[in-house]
Design a protein around this ligand. Structure first.
Ligand code: FEO
Length: 392
């Protein structure tokens, strides 16, 4: 058996997760630059032992070896399922088979544990908000925190040590380090993760933060990425992100085949910059959608550049617009510009996609062929209007 690193993050509390350096994409959608981790934690009380979350498929052997370094797996009394998604719960059946543990779930998780993992009802204990379990000198308190990121999610709080086990919430996709202080760019990773995973549920995130504000948390131990020994570092930004606090910043996301749309986007960018608006430009054909998701977290405006091809809006621009709509960013204002060869269609299509969002479209401009000086003038005017709105 290999000897694994199972650091003790507080007295009697061990990290027993896995680091997945090779993972390059999550949800078949978002590229990962530093892999990710699936954090699991073993909590040893004087009388009982609890395991909080498990690991992604493929890491079972390493996981059980790590646990065996700390205890006989048969001695685990409770297995806490903070979230039913397989990256945290896929090893639940294995641990249940190797022990007589009781699975602890939220009310909604009760059914999911049966459906996803075939855990018999009699081995599951449902917990409600503020319910506790005493491990002997260590008290686990359960906090309802639904929709972060599925309906059944909950937090587990280790009262005596002030550790919040928050599963996906406060996470980051990075396999690096154990603690936040080990990863230089941690807040940037956390921001991309928030944009991809939590932004659509930010209202639920705000409620969860309000609920935990007065707990006196000393450490936040999520199930992806590093553990925050300085919880205020992540709480401070989450307070802003969950209420949709935006900056004087615009995303210019476009596709271009023969540069007509791109030239208008550049005019738009120059004008916005001259108005002191922060500008982030994404050519959607080659863009990193993780970076785009991160910038959506605090941008106030978006400009979509979408040419016409094959009788409609360019499919990559359609994808970009649909992604923006799905992630529910706090964008307030927008504009759409387009170029076509022999028939316009993209503006109408873009407005249909963005219609259900709360984005106020300040202006549109659709041209036939390459932009003329008049077109650049028109784009400049739209950019100035947009800048005015952004600065309001
Ligand atoms: Fe990391 Fe929603 O699972």
């Amino acid at each position: 058996m290999s000897i694994h690193n199972v650091p003790e993050i507080a007295e009697g509390v061990y990290w027993v997760g896995s680091k997945d350096w090779n993972r390059k994409i999550f949800d078949s959608l978002i590229p990962l630059h530093q892999g990710t981790s699936y954090n699991s934690y073993l909590v040893k009380g004087k009388e009982r032992i609890a395991l909080i979350d498990t690991v992604n498929p493929g890491f079972e052997k390493e996981f059980t070896e790590k646990l065996s370094q700390l205890t006989d797996i048969k001695n685990i009394n409770y297995l806490i399922m903070n979230h039913a998604e397989p990256d945290h719960s896929n090893a639940i059946p294995l641990i249940m088979e190797m022990s007589n543990a009781t699975l602890i779930t939220s009310e909604k998780g009760f059914k999911m544990a049966q459906v996803y993992y075939n855990i018999p009802e009699e081995r599951i204990k449902k917990v409600k908000d503020n319910d506790t379990i005493d491990l002997g000198g260590k008290t686990l308190k359960f906090i309802d925190a639904p929709w972060l990121h599925w309906p059944e999610t909950m937090f587990t709080y280790l009262v005596e040590n002030g550790i919040l086990f928050s599963c996906d919430f406060f996470g980051a996709h990075s396999a690096a380090g154990l603690y936040d202080s080990d990863v230089d760019e941690i807040i940037s990773y956390a921001k991309g993760y928030f944009g991809e995973i939590m932004m659509p549920y930010k209202n639920m995130g705000k409620k969860a933060i309000d609920k935990i504000e007065n707990l006196g948390i000393k450490m936040i131990a999520p199930s992806h990425g590093p553990i925050y020994r300085n919880p205020e570092r992540i709480l401070e930004v989450y307070r802003k992100w969950t209420v949709g606090e935006t900056k004087e910043k615009a995303i210019l996301a476009y596709v271009s085949m023969w540069s007509a749309t791109e030239r208008m986007i550049k005019t738009m960018a120059e004008t916005l910059l001259s108005e002191n608006i922060d500008v982030k430009i994404y050519n959607l054909a080659i863009a990193d959608f993780g970076s785009l998701a991160a910038d959506l977290v605090d941008s106030r405006a978006i400009v979509l550049g979408a040419p016409v091809v094959l009788g409609g809006m360019h499919p990559v621009a359609v994808y970009g617009a649909l992604l923006v709509k799905a992630l529910k960013p706090p964008l307030k204002y927008g504009a759409v510009i387009s170029s076509y060869g022999w028939g316009g269609a993209a503006i109408k299509q873009a407005l249909e996609i963005l219609g259900p969002t709360k984005i106020e479209v300040v202006g549109t401009h659709e041209i036939n062929g390459p932009p003329t000086p008049d077109d650049h003038q028109k784009v400049t005017e739209i950019a100035k209007q947009l800048a005015g709105k952004i600065k309001q």
